[in-house]
Design a protein around this ligand. Structure first.
Ligand code: SF4
Ligand code: FES
Length: 217
């Protein structure tokens, strides 16, 4: 994937940009009611057919950060969720939302400052981002979370995501982890999450990446 996979759909008040380097085809956009995105139509996205509030709602529902909007009048800009969250997706990636600072994100990927899908099966060819390789790899974790962490005194603020070479994701900042059921499972402000797919204590790293011979590059 390259920058030519980034397409902007201009509108009178707001432009919408789709980034093919990040899209994992979850379909929140295409499934949304209304005329903003219509599969098979050219162009696929027409920002002028709906009001700006609808654009904001649908674009911000994109879990990968592939969709962003740019208001021409400068009146509307995306804000980070008040709480940083990681949802452990059933047999899939981590969905992250909040005030994100992700190592490895290109400067021209503005959406991943708020929303991102990160690989946790170890097989993505686009690490740290998910590229749906968990499907062909037959990744089998169901997204339960067995630990609680400690209660948070406050939520929000910057959440930094560092990538340990051949090892886990290190998350620093106020964070809530949700199990795939949606349950608020873990809270804390420093945690190592498995991204090799081999931990026996998912979603947490238990050091198995070494025995598994995980290579992050
Ligand atoms: S919601 Fe985002 S990740 Fe899902 S298909 Fe649309 S652009 Fe792609
Ligand atoms: S990254 Fe998977 S066990 Fe450490």
């Amino acid at each position: 994937m390259s920058e030519k996979d980034v397409i902007t759909f201009p509108g009178g008040k707001v432009d919408v940009t789709w980034d093919g380097r990040l899209c994992i085809h979850i379909g929140e956009c295409g499934q949304a009611q209304g005329e903003l995105f219509v599969g098979g139509r050219k162009p696929w996205c027409k920002p002028d057919l709906v009001d700006i509030g609808h654009v904001v709602e649908v674009v911000e529902s994109c879990p990968s950060g592939a969709l962003v909007y740019q208001s021409r009048e400068g009146g509307v800009t995306e804000r980070a969720d008040a709480e940083n969250t990681v949802t452990v997706v059933y047999k899939g990636p981590y969905f992250m939302r909040g005030d994100l600072e992700i190592e490895g994100a290109a400067d021209n990927m503005p959406g991943v400052s708020y929303r991102a899908a990160l690989c946790r099966c170890g097989k993505s060819m686009n690490k740290p981002f998910c590229d749906n390789s968990h499907e062909t790899a037959g990744f089998q974790d169901y997204g339960a979370v067995g630990e609680k962490g400690q209660a948070l005194g406050e939520t929000g603020g910057k959440l930094s995501v560092r990538l340990i070479p051949d090892g886990p994701l290190i998350l620093s900042g106020n964070l809530t982890i949700r199990a795939s059921s949606g349950r608020k499972a873990w809270q804390g402000n420093n945690i190592a999450l498995c991204r090799c797919g081999a931990s026996a204590n998912k979603p947490f790293c238990d050091g198995s990446h070494t025995a598994a011979g995980f290579k992050s590059d």
